[in-house]
Design a protein around this ligand. Sequence first.
Ligand SMILES: CC(C)(COP(=O)(O)OP(=O)(O)OC[C@H]1O[C@@H](n2cnc3c(N)ncnc32)[C@H](O)[C@@H]1OP(=O)(O)O)[C@@H](O)C(=O)NCCC(=O)NCCS
Length: 167
Amino acid sequence: MKWVISPLDNSHERGDFDCGQPQLNDYLKKYAAQNQKKGYSITFVATFPDSARIAGYYCASASTIEFKHMPQNISKKLPRYPAPVMLIGQLAVDIKAQGKGLGKTLLMHALVRAVKVASEIGIYAVRVDAIDTASKNFYLKYGFIPFEDAQLSLFLPLKTIKKIIEV
Ligand SMILES: CC(C)(COP(=O)(O)OP(=O)(O)OC[C@H]1O[C@@H](n2cnc3c(N)ncnc32)[C@H](O)[C@@H]1OP(=O)(O)O)[C@@H](O)C(=O)NCCC(=O)NCCS
């Protein structure tokens, strides 16, 4: 299945989006455009060719991971201050489009962005804050590493990302 992925703009139809998680539906409808305007995050949306309806989306912004959250086997090789990361704030696929590879496509799109940005500014990893255990399992599938002490937050080091994508 081919999707078009582009930054959210006024031409995109958000009204009917339903991924099964009200919080993520609301984010797209109420906050994504505002946050983009303010420079807090960029929302990338997937649509079918020749359609304005959003089938899935993710948000990208800059963030950090505090040193104390890093598992010990990793932190022993890192500086003792917060690690710079790209945050995937939300990632969701409309119920009607789930199970067709769009979640993976959006995730890979985000990881490719991270590698591109990391050639200009320091980025150690991509961070995600999963909404529940089921979505955490989605990220675990791609090798994301859980924080030492926060059940639903995970990260994937750039070093690993470069191995799993072709840039
Ligand atoms: C989680 C979510 C993004 C997955 O999207 P999707 O388009 O259905 O996933 P895909 O079809 O791309 O699946 C890719 C792979 O991940 C697997 N997968 C999908 N959801 C999974 C889950 N919750 N746990 C583990 N694996 C999962 C699929 O089986 C598939 O595996 P395969 O390549 O070996 O066949 C989607 O179900 C969703 O939006 N859920 C509601 C919102 C949510 O939980 N978002 C998570 C971020 S907070």
